[in-house]
Design a protein around this ligand. Structure first.
Ligand SMILES: [Zn+2]
Length: 425
């Protein structure tokens, strides 16, 4: 696996090695072939726009003392994304999701959710202002390319879980005005908008609720992408039929490769292609490969969680202690690793079923994402290396790494423009 905190000297070394070995029969030397492949992949990775649609890093940003301009050790701190590591991994653009976990659905709960969501959005904006020499706040599809040319990382904002909309439709426009460009309708439990794929009590609305449908229409009107990740299957079918614009799954995989309810069936993948939308592959181990039951780990984690207060009520020390304990348990009772090969297997499958125009990447770093070889954002080039190994062309990799998502984003904005001009006339 390629690992770097200094990719340029390594690239230089590779070029030297390869040019020095030209006389020998390089084509039959597997080590030399591997170096050539890595070099080719790194060059492609550098040239294409690399965009990750899902990162829960705002959870870290609101922690007192957490500095996005500092490099963090992922194994020491659990942190998977900061600006130095985005530069190391040559990730050009990212959607930071303001994530609020599902809680009580009443006025108090809705108000608390909205406050926390706005606090996260503010922290994203503040971080881009504080680090304006290396990153910028991105609001439109073209911004990613403009900033890439200017040598800056593009920071987009999403919301994971429609819970902070509460029961007030006008909040959708409020979030849009703050820079939000996608909303994941629901998270791990049902909310007022939609049913979750993982609610222990099962579905409640039969997909998207009447209020959720109004939210989808409002998102279409404003130009916010509708994200169906975390929704149950009915939410997907409802969103596809309700939305006037293509939809996205910001972090979901293929169910026929890994049977998980958060992943998408072949029928859904086919419909996604017809819809013109995109499925963004995620680096969550359990969505990437089947693992035998791990009762020891499950019960140890359940005990740990049972003794914990909600993460938003924890002090920084408590959060770090919780992360260390979780890491220790994962190491004591390890699952078989998920690797970049699993990622490429899912990509191969989605390309086969839906086509090359309907797949992308949404790693879910800082939300549980991170696998062997793509443990944090500094290692995302390993996805490109595996894609090159499997014969994907530069143009195909360009689509996967951001081109497809940007196409959908543009279409979503074009639909909003049409709706708004129809309203005026
Ligand atoms: Zn998620």
């Amino acid at each position: 696996m390629f690992k770097t905190s200094q990719s340029y000297p390594i690239l230089f070394l590779l070029i030297l090695l390869i040019s020095g070995c030209k006389e020998k029969s390089a084509s039959t030397d597997p080590k030399m072939e591997e170096m050539k492949l890595t070099q080719k992949a790194l060059e492609i990775h550098k040239r294409v726009l690399t965009l990750d649609t899902h990162s829960d890093t705002p959870l870290r940003m609101i922690e007192p003392g957490f500095d996005m301009a500092e490099r963090h050790d992922p194994r020491e701190t659990g942190s998977k994304v900061d600006y130095p590591r985005m530069i190391e991994g040559d990730l050009d653009a990212i959607f930071f999701a303001a994530f609020v976990s599902q809680d009580i659905r009443d006025d108090d709960g809705n108000t608390r959710a909205k406050d926390l969501c706005l606090q996260m959005i503010d922290s994203i904006v503040a971080s881009t202002q504080k680090n304006s020499n290396i990153v910028g706040l991105a609001l439109n599809p073209e911004d990613a390319y403009t900033m890439e040319k200017a040598g800056k990382r593009a920071i987009y904002i999403g919301i994971e879980n429609g819970y902070p909309i509460g029961e007030d439709l006008s909040n959708v426009e409020l979030y849009f005005d703050r820079g939000v460009r996608y909303i994941t309708l629901v998270h791990s439990a049902n909310n007022d908008l939609a049913d979750s794929a993982t609610d222990p009590n099962g579905p409640e609305h039969g997909g998207i609720s009447a209020f959720g449908s109004a939210v989808v229409q409002e998102m279409n009107r404003l130009g916010i992408m509708v994200d169906v990740s975390h929704g149950n299957d009915s939410v997907f079918y409802d969103a596809i039929s309700m939305s006037k614009a293509p939809i996205i799954a910001s972090h979901s995989n293929a169910r026929s490769i890994t049977d998980h309810q958060r992943n998408m069936t072949d029928e859904m993948l086919g419909l996604m292609a017809k819809n013109g939308g995109v499925v963004q592959l995620t680096m969550l181990a359990n969505y990437l490969r089947e693992a035998p039951p791990n009762k020891k780990l499950d019960s140890a984690l359940a005990t740990l969680r049972g003794n914990m207060k909600p993460i938003e009520d924890m002090t920084l020390e408590e959060r770090n202690a919780m992360r260390r304990s979780t890491q220790e348990l994962n190491e004591r009772y390890p699952d078989p690793p998920a690797t970049v090969k699993h990622v490429a297997d899912h990509i191969d499958h989605i390309v086969k079923v839906a086509g090359i125009d309907h797949v992308g990447i949404g790693c879910d770093f800082d939300g549980g994402g991170g696998i062997e070889g793509v443990f944090d954002v500094s290692e995302v080039m390993n996805i490109t290396i595996e894609l090159v190994r499997r014969g994907y062309t530069e143009e195909e990799i360009r689509k996967i790494w951001g081109g497809n998502l940007i196409r959908v984003f543009k279409e979503v904005q074009a639909v909003a423009k049409r709706i708004q001009s129809e309203e005026k006339s």
